[in-house]
Design a protein around this ligand. Structure first.
Ligand code: ADP
Ligand code: ZN
Length: 289
């Protein structure tokens, strides 16, 4: 039995097929173009690999309110041709199998929950620090969702006393995404993050902000694992800096046995989205979603 998986990113689409256990059996990727052209490529991949269900982790924002008329539609995005595109409906019409859709970060969280850094845990938060900042929470195998998907990258944190950058979020300026995403680093210093690797102050400030966000998520959600992924976390020194700063902020208020087992790296390299989408497909097949 083949389960289909799509990791629909703003720049790249990954299509894969896997089995019910989440094992990836074949995979392809191509650039994201306008919707119909992209969907034609998706269709030709799955024509070669007939599937019984499909899971999709998509870029957003996307309407995931099941009671909404536009459920599964891409909302306001700078990718104009994708705006108002009824992505989920198009996939259902094309493949005639159960289809489940979630955000890219929620889907990555599901992959790490089942087969990666959180496979021993009952609850896990996955945070991506990349072009944007986003986070997903899985508890007992279910992705947390309210009326629509959460937007944990847009919380407010305290400004660092030495930071006069106003923040890059078009909606909020200095929310955590506006202060600590890859583009925020680039705007603050006028250079891409990887070119600032040897500048310790950059990463001290980054850890100062990320630790505050994590502290907020931790006291609200109490996840067993907090997985930090995304391009900015390629600065591996950040893990220890964030762990230390987080413990400073927590200040003994809650017990944490070993912060190195709480705030961790992803384990699935770049496959958490693809594997998470297979697991979404499995849930769609079992009518659990
Ligand atoms: P996306 O969020 O679009 O899926 P990524 O997770 O790869 O993509 O994040 C891209 C962001 O990460 C960019 O802003 C980029 O500058 C930043 N980034 C990528 N590699 C590094 C690195 N080695 N050090 C610091 N920042 C990086
Ligand atoms: Zn914001």
């Amino acid at each position: 039995m083949l389960i289909g998986s799509i990791e629909a990113g703003g720049t790249k689409f990954v299509c894969a097929v896997g089995d019910e256990k989440g094992l990836v059996l074949d995979k392809t990727s191509f650039s994201t173009e306008e919707p119909d052209k992209t969907l034609a490529k998706v269709e030709s991949f799955f024509k070669e690999h007939p599937i019984e269900a499909l899971g999709v982790g998509t870029f957003g924002p996307v309407d995931l309110d099941k009671t909404s008329n536009s459920y599964g539609t891409i909302l306001k995005t700078p990718k104009i041709k994708w705006q108002n595109y009824p992505f989920l409906q198009k996939l259902k019409n094309t493949f005639h199998v159960p289809v489940a859709m979630d955000t890219d970060v929620n889907t990555a969280c599901l992959g790490e929950y089942y087969y990666g850094a959180a496979k021993e845990a009952n609850s896990s938060l996955y945070i991506t620090v990349g072009t944007g900042i986003g986070a997903g929470l899985v508890q007992n195998g279910q992705v947390f969702q309210g009326k629509n998907h959460s937007e944990m990258g847009h919380i407010f944190v305290q400004k660092h006393p030495d930071d006069d950058f106003k923040g890059s979020c078009p909606s909020h300026g200095a929310c955590i995404e506006g202060l600590a995403s890859g583009p925020a680093i680039e705007k603050r210093y006028g250079k891409k993050g990887y070119l600032l690797a040897e500048n310790p102050g950059v990463w001290e400030m980054e850890a100062f902000y990320l630790a505050q966000a994590i502290m907020n998520y931790f006291v609200m959600l109490s996840p067993e694992k907090i997985i930090l992924g995304g391009g900015v976390m390629k600065q591996e020194k950040l893990y220890q800096m964030v762990q230390d700063e987080f413990m400073n902020l927590l200040n003994g208020y809650l017990a944490v046995d070993n912060v190195k087992n709480l705030i961790v790296k992803p384990e699935l390299k770049d496959e958490q989205g693809v594997i998470g989408a297979i697991m979404l497909g499995v849930k769609a097949l079992k009518r659990e979603i």
